[in-house]
Design a protein around this ligand. Structure first.
Ligand code: FAD
Length: 243
């Protein structure tokens, strides 16, 4: 991946979360075992930025979950057409994301909920698997005998009005994130532009990113918990057979 292709002037530090960011000159990052001082900081921590004091009341985490089947055999794969790998995304925000992976597994994700920006516990994930299963059997009745082998949950950053975040947050502290569940392409463009922007660059892409609508205010807890539960649930309104 990216980590294996970094240029020689980049040092990668893993398994070492930043616990606190202190503005100033230099900016100070507190780690569990030490401190990093820097003249400029680019934050790409998505919804976790709130824990570091940025975008609170603007960005929250929505927890999604899905399952993977075991590897399909040749006969089972032949019922899915000739493409070796594909992905289907619903046009409805609450619809399932379904993929045939390069390993020959079906991956299906169809839940989203507010869980305080955390992953689901094993028990909660097992309960969500019933929802994955129902969708899987509806979409692939010919594979109803195929068991799931893995389940997972993940958290995506969302704003109240579906906008993305880009730009300078505080003096020499830059941030891009959010993306409301579609950051694979958007996040790459925003990340690239943010590095250029923080280095004093100019481009039409930077202009586009800077034009992102301001994020709407999100109320604090416990109002947030109640509002977010309803907001995330409303995502499934009218989803019908797409889930
Ligand atoms: C289940 C799921 C399915 C998705 N499906 C799609 C899809 O089909 N298409 C699509 O376009 N998008 C999809 N998304 C959204 C997409 O994954 C995100 O928009 C994208 O990953 C955001 O990129 P990012 O680099 O901003 O943040 P992230 O990918 O969230 O990366 C943030 C990084 O910051 C690190 N970090 C956080 N806090 C700290 C800290 N304090 N110190 C150090 N490091 C920290 C994290 O460990 C992580 O590595 C999906 C998201 C989820 C959860």
């Amino acid at each position: 991946g990216l980590a294996a292709k970094l240029p020689s002037n980049v040092r990668l530090i893993e398994q070492c979360p930043v616990l606190k960011v202190e503005e100033g000159s230099p900016i100070k990052l507190s780690l569990s075992q030490g401190e990093i001082k820097t003249d400029k900081l680019i934050l790409a921590t998505n919804y976790e930025a709130c824990k570091l004091g940025f975008l609170s009341s603007r960005l929250i985490g929505s927890t999604l979950s899905g399952s993977f089947t075991r590897r399909l055999d040749a006969q089972e794969l032949s019922t899915l057409g000739s493409l070796k790998e594909w992905g289907v995304l619903s046009l409805h925000g609450g619809g399932a994301t379904i993929r045939l992976t390069s390993e020959g597994r079906i991956s299906l994700r169809n839940t989203a909920e507010y869980s305080g920006g955390t992953l689901l516990s094993k028990q909660r994930l097992e309960r969500r698997q019933a929802i994955h299963r129902a969708s899987f059997e509806k979409h692939f009745p010919q594979l109803a005998h195929v068991p799931f082998e893995y389940a997972w949950s993940g958290v995506e950053g969302i704003s109240r009005n579906g906008t993305n975040f880009f730009g300078q947050q505080k003096d020499k502290i830059y941030l891009a994130g959010g993306y409301n569940g579609s950051g694979v392409s958007k996040g790459s463009a925003f990340g690239h532009s943010l590095a250029e922007y923080a280095s004093g660059g100019q481009s039409s892409l930077i202009t586009d990113c800077l034009a992102s609508a301001p994020a709407k205010w999100i109320p604090p807890r416990p109002f947030l918990d109640i509002g977010a539960i309803f907001a995330v649930r409303s995502r499934f309104r009218g989803v019908g057979l797409d889930r």
